[in-house]
Design a protein around this ligand. Structure first.
Ligand code: NAP
Length: 281
């Protein structure tokens, strides 16, 4: 079988996904190709999706700005993706398109690959941000047995919507960005999921980390730049760092498994991806 895979989104010409998935194909000894299928916002989305349907594609990733827009074009949607209200992976099985979301599971896998022992049930976690990625991560953390996950965000109504995803065992409070800095010392892990600090605004950080707990984990899902200002502050305070590029690899791994039923080894991809991202800095 020759796997035909790809990515829709805009702009995606510099996406790292072709590199990642072609490495996975090689690592699993599968034949196939992963291509960029950029859809300009001025193009007719329905028409473009129809063209993809007519092709022999086995599956594709979906990125900004189409993670919600693709949903009406699917035949089925996985329960996780339905709750997220966003799809980043589509699997085509005999003409039936099913939508999934691997962002949350990718985040948790990347966390577990970095920290072999986490005391999920006892850890107090702070999630900064309440966008699409935060939603997926919050839900995946709950599924991974984390019991205390607070949320802070610029827009509090979005944080409340995310909190509504929780079950009764989970404890979540919502705080404004203004009040959270003074409370940081209670958290064992702080996860930054907003777009603040992303290139070209790499000198920005959503909050200051002066009051974090000693030995806590500081995590940022942004991977451009590789070391965000948020992570730099965490490093200065002696935190254990968790980098965004690892989530990128593991969400891709979860998508590849859905398409091929194969579990691709990462080998040295982490180091190689770091080199690629440093090259861009
Ligand atoms: P999104 O749905 O647009 O959410 C954006 C988040 O950033 C919201 O919480 C938003 O707050 C906040 N925000 C944006 N501008 C802000 C500002 N000026 N001040 C304060 N808060 C602001 O985006 P997303 O899909 O969740 O993605 C967020 C980031 O994660 C992006 O940088 C993306 O590249 C990265 N990401 C990385 C991976 C990975 O694999 N490593 C995967 C997915 C996403 P409001 O709710 O107040 O607007």
């Amino acid at each position: 079988m020759h796997y035909q895979l790809g990515l829709i989104g805009y702009p995606i010409q510099h996406s790292l996904s072709p590199w990642i998935h072609e490495r996975f194909l090689t690592n699993t000894n599968l034949s196939g190709a992963y291509r960029i299928m950029e859809i300009h916002p001025h193009e007719d989305f329905s028409e473009q999706v129809k063209r993809i349907r007519q092709s022999k594609i086995n599956g594709f990733n979906v990125t900004v700005p189409y993670k919600q827009k693709i949903i009406p074009y699917l035949d089925q949607i996985d329960e996780n993706a339905r709750l997220m209200g966003a799809v980043n992976t589509v699997v085509n099985k005999n003409g039936v398109w099913t939508g999934y979301n691997t962002d949350g599971i990718g985040y948790v896998r990347s966390l577990r690959s970095r920290f072999s022992s986490l005391n999920e049930k006892a850890m107090k976690v702070l999630l900064i941000g309440a966008g699409g990625a935060a939603r997926g991560i919050y839900y995946a953390l709950i599924q991974a047995d984390f019991l205390h996950i607070d949320i802070t965000n610029r827009t509090l109504t979005s944080a409340k919507e995310i909190k509504a995803l929780k079950d009764s065992n989970v404890y979540t409070s919502i705080f404004s960005l203004d009040e959270i800095e003074e409370r940081l010392h209670i958290y064992d892990m702080i996860i930054q999921t907003t777009s603040i600090g992303m290139k070209p605004n790499e000198n920005q950080s959503i909050i200051h980390l002066d009051h974090i707990k000693k030995g806590s984990i500081v995590s940022d899902i942004i991977y451009q730049p590789l070391q965000t200002e948020f992570l730099k502050q965490g490093e200065k305070m002696g935190a254990k760092l968790h980098y965004g590029h690892t989530m990128l690899l593991y969400q891709a791994q979860a998508a590849f498994e859905l398409w091929t039923n194969m579990n691709p080894a990462m080998e040295d991809m982490d180091k190689e991806l770091i080199k690629k991202l440093r090259g861009d800095e």
